[in-house]
Design a protein around this ligand. Structure first.
Ligand code: TYD
Ligand code: MG
Length: 457
């Protein structure tokens, strides 16, 4: 017998509250509580009755006593994806792939499905959002059709599982988690509770059947997995596909990964035939650069373990506004404001009466403090109209006193710069010896850097 009750559940952390409150008692977020109708089971004692009774169902073992071998990941054949997954998809694991609509989640998963099928796995793709014929058309264009890649147009969990029983796949793909429902569940279809319960059910099935499962999840503009942030807790791996919809570049990161590192970055270009790996991202980012134009610097950044050379650009123009315009694309807005204040206070420039536009070229996002020095030099160069000498990169964090601070992995950053033909690097005074081919220009402060590069005076 089921009794219906209403709860208010947080879309961020999933904690429940009997009445609506403005701020979630669980995670402290504001305005995240939504009403949900839940059926409370009244009847047999819950499965957890008897916990703590002193009888251990699974005896503890010394950590060294483990006979089970580790399960090896199965490569998907999509190299950049395998890199992020530390080798491939682990049998029986559950992976959530999040991303904004149109970033290419379905495309990526289809390419991986085809790769797994070619490798001998049977893959079942449950199309809950698009029709199987749409997915088949896309697969045809991608060259992803395969006998072992099965499609089913179902959005109800029991029917998807019935298909699983029939096809007996090694891998199940659910596109998307938000568009499947389960009539066996008491929660309302489409609600946060339903998405979470569906995910939990699929996770149980995945473990029980050793069925590798990939769930696609939509992400809202704010970057949260729409509603079910809570999904992140129940799955083994969370991947995020990220990219500016006006650019072809796509970045794939592991936000959580129980089977390996989360530090790897996958880089793709969305083209005519799906997502293609980018073997030389720095070369790609710098291909369209116009050396000798004021307002540009090249910054060696690190994403995961990968060094990436990115062009940072600035444009400075006299402002007629009481509050001058500050625009930043792909850069941290607060960081840009901070650097403008430091420039005004610690150099001869006055940035108080000018509009400033700053961007990271190519649709990348550069938010690490190591880009401060390069960005500050780009702004200075834009303000003075003198170009930063071409074969030069800059790397350093800037403090409020205008001091240039050390950054991590400097050697890796500079080796990448050397590989692409750069010969000079403005670096913090404490920097270690640069790699062969690079001359270090050591600076203690932003003012010293500006002078060393010849942007003033
Ligand atoms: P899609 O994989 O459907 O994105 P998502 O599942 O994340 O919503 O693809 C998104 C966009 O990619 C779509 O606008 C069309 C484009 N696209 C290409 O540019 N090339 C291709 O080969 C494919 C299949 C899609
Ligand atoms: Mg899709």
């Amino acid at each position: 017998m089921a009794k219906v009750r209403s709860v208010h559940r947080c879309t961020e952390c999933g904690s429940a509250s009997p009445q609506w409150v403005g701020r979630c008692p669980g995670c402290g977020e504001w305005g995240t509580l939504v009403e949900e109708v839940e059926a409370a089971e009244v009847g047999p004692a819950p499965a957890w009755a008897g916990w703590g009774s002193g009888v251990a169902a699974r005896p503890a073992r010394p950590s060294t006593d483990g006979a089970e071998a580790e399960v090896a990941p199965v490569p998907t054949g999509v190299d950049e994806l395998d890199r992020v997954l530390s080798g491939g998809l682990v049998p029986g694991s559950v992976t959530l792939l999040g991303g904004a609509p149109g970033t290419g989640k379905s495309t990526l998963v289809l390419q991986a499905a085809a790769g797994l099928a070619r490798g001998g796995a049977t893959v079942l793709y449950a199309c809950a959002e698009e029709s199987p014929s749409q997915v088949r058309d896309r697969a045809r264009r991608l060259g992803a059709l395969h006998d072992r890649l099965w499609l089913v147009g179902e959005s109800l969990v029991p029917r998807i599982l019935a298909s699983v029983d029939e096809v007996r796949p090694d891998v199940l793909i659910v596109d998307s988690a938000q568009s499947v429902a389960d009539p066996d569940l008491s929660s309302t279809p489409g609600s946060v509770a339903q998405v979470r319960e569906v995910a939990q059910r699929l996770v149980r099935e995945a473990k029980a059947r050793t069925l590798a499962t990939v769930l696609i999840g939509h992400v809202t503009k704010e970057g949260a997995l729409a509603g079910p942030r809570v999904l992140e807790h129940v799955v083994d791996t969370v991947l995020e596909l990220d990219g500016d919809r006006h650019h072809a570049l796509r970045l794939l990161r592991a936000v959580k990964h129980r089977f390996g590192s989360t530090a790897e970055l996958g880089l793709f270009q969305l083209g005519e035939v799906g997502l293609e790996g980018v073997p030389d991202p720095s070369g790609l980012f710098l291909a369209d650069r116009l050396p000798g134009v004021p307002g540009s610097t090249v910054v060696p950044t690190i994403e995961g373990h990968r060094p990436l050379l990115v062009e940072v650009q600035a444009l400075v123009a006299p402002s007629s506004l009481a509050e001058p315009r500050r625009s930043s694309t792909g850069l941290d807005r607060g960081r840009v404001s901070m650097l403008l204040a430091v420039l005004t206070k610690r150099s001869e420039l006055d940035m108080g009466k000018v509009d400033v536009y700053a961007l990271a070229a190519g649709g990348v996002r550069v938010t690490e403090p190591a880009a401060d020095l390069g960005l500050a030099l780009a702004i200075t160069s834009a303000a003075t109209g003198r170009a930063v000498p071409a074969p030069l990169v800059a790397c350093g964090e800037i403090g409020l006193g205008g001091e240039v601070r050390s950054v991590t992995s400097l050697e890796r950053r500079l080796s990448e710069a050397a590989r692409l033909g750069f010969t000079r690097a403005v670096v913090p005074a404490s920097a270690p010896e640069p790699p062969a081919g690079i001359t270090a220009v050591r600076v203690r402060s932003l003012a010293e850097a500006i002078a060393a590069v010849g942007l003033l005076g």
